[in-house]
Design a binder for this molecule. Structure first.
Ligand code: UD1
Length: 342
């Protein structure tokens, strides 16, 4: 009898998805990737094969295409779903709100619907610390921290996504959903065979730093130096993407042990804040490269300082981050160097 546990990974060729596929295989699961490759490339699959020495099951499917997604549920008997597939660029979401609502919410609804129809009870949803907005009071947020109005359509898709899940659970049935609220995932696999692959100009700090370091893009503008933080620049909780991937495997394993329908929300962060300037200095030290940067005005919508109270992840999932910001910077840099050499 085949005891393999098949796990549907939507967006499995993406940044966090691909790292999670590695962890799933290393823990004995059989991931089935569906991805429309709108924000990734087929090379990611080559990287996955090289790291895992396993066959990678992948289907080019847009999760918003109900019929095609349904055909995957017909093809495999899943024990769980990890739903990553979504757009995530904040600025773009302001310019194209309908695309964001359509893609991120229709995709989620299709997955919840099909999971119900095919009795797949264990679902992990990619949420974000964006649901906390700009927290008033403490800068360290726990799952009890009051959620805020989203500041972008992207952020709103995560808030609404959590509400859709909550309404579904309240309606009865036996679905179990764990929403993981990631802080700032950074870094790459230590093999440098997979990592972040921003299409076009990156928006996030870490790929901007590594691309500037390698000369792919010019000067880094540090957005604001007059924040009420240790050095005046914004503070975030940068968590290594391999640790984030590991949280999904722990999350899924925990869900599988739960008997009853549930909704659970867990922060995935290190519990430690790092400023923009600190990231720049760590990069310069590790890469032995001088970065070209200067201060610019604040970026609209930026949160001054936010980091996770990650104690619930430890209590419930027995998860904590193991890698440091230095590990993340070093792995992100090795990945950038590898991409240049290729
Ligand atoms: C952003 C989104 C967040 C989303 C996450 C994942 C906002 C307000 N938040 O997080 O909802 O989940 O991306 O993609 O956009 N910085 C610079 N110069 C740059 C780029 C960034 O100084 O050229 C600074 C930013 O001001 C910020 C920090 O670096 O303080 C991190 O920025 P970024 O990587 O874009 O992440 P977030 O803004 O935290």
């Amino acid at each position: 009898m085949n005891e393999s546990k098949y796990i549907l990974v939507t967006g499995g060729a993406g940044y966090i998805g691909s790292h999670t596929v590695v962890e799933l295989i290393q823990h004995g699961f059989v991931p089935v990737i569906i991805d429309d490759f709108s924000n990734s490339t087929e090379q990611v699959i080559d990287g996955l094969m090289e790291i895992t020495r396993a066959d990678i099951i992948v289907r080019k499917v847009d999760v918003c295409d109900f019929a095609k997604t349904k055909s995957i549920f017909e093809e495999f008997r899943f024990d769980g779903v990890i739903h990553f597939a979504a757009f995530k660029a904040v600025g773009e979401s302001v310019k194209e709100p309908l695309n964001y609502y359509k893609n991120n919410l229709v995709g989620l609804i299709n997955i919840l619907d099909l999971a119900k129809e095919y009795e797949v009870k264990n679902i992990v949803f990619s949420s974000s610390c964006t649901v906390y907005g700009s927290p008033d009071g403490s800068r360290i947020v726990s799952e009890e921290t009051k959620l805020q109005q989203a500041t972008s359509p992207y952020g709103n898709t995560k808030r609404i996504g959590e509400q859709i899940i909550s309404d579904l659970i309240k309606s009865g049935g036996d679905t179990k959903v764990l929403s993981l609220r990631y802080f700032n995932p950074v870094g790459a696999h230590s093999s440098a065979l997979i990592g972040e692959l921003p299409m076009g100009k990156p928006n996030n700090l870490m790929p901007i730093v590594t691309q500037s370091g390698i000369g792919k893009i010019g000067k880094i503008i540090v957005y604001g130096n007059d924040y009420n933080t240790l050095d005046g620049t914004c503070v975030r909780d940068y968590v290594h993407v391999v640790d984030v991937a590991d949280a999904h495997v722990k999350g899924l394993s925990w869900l599988m042990k739960q008997e009853n329908s549930l909704e659970e929300y867990i922060n995935i962060g290190t519990g430690k804040g790092t400023s923009v300037l600190e990231i720049i200095h760590v990069f310069e030290r590790i890469s032995n490269t001088k970065l070209n940067w200067s201060f610019g005005p604040r970026r609209e919508g930026d949160v001054e300082e936010i980091y996770a109270d990650a104690s619930k992840a430890m209590e419930i999932l027995e998860w904590k981050s193991n890698k440091t910001v230095e590990d993340a910077v070093s792995d992100a840099w090795n990945w950038e160097l590898k991409m240049k050499n290729d």
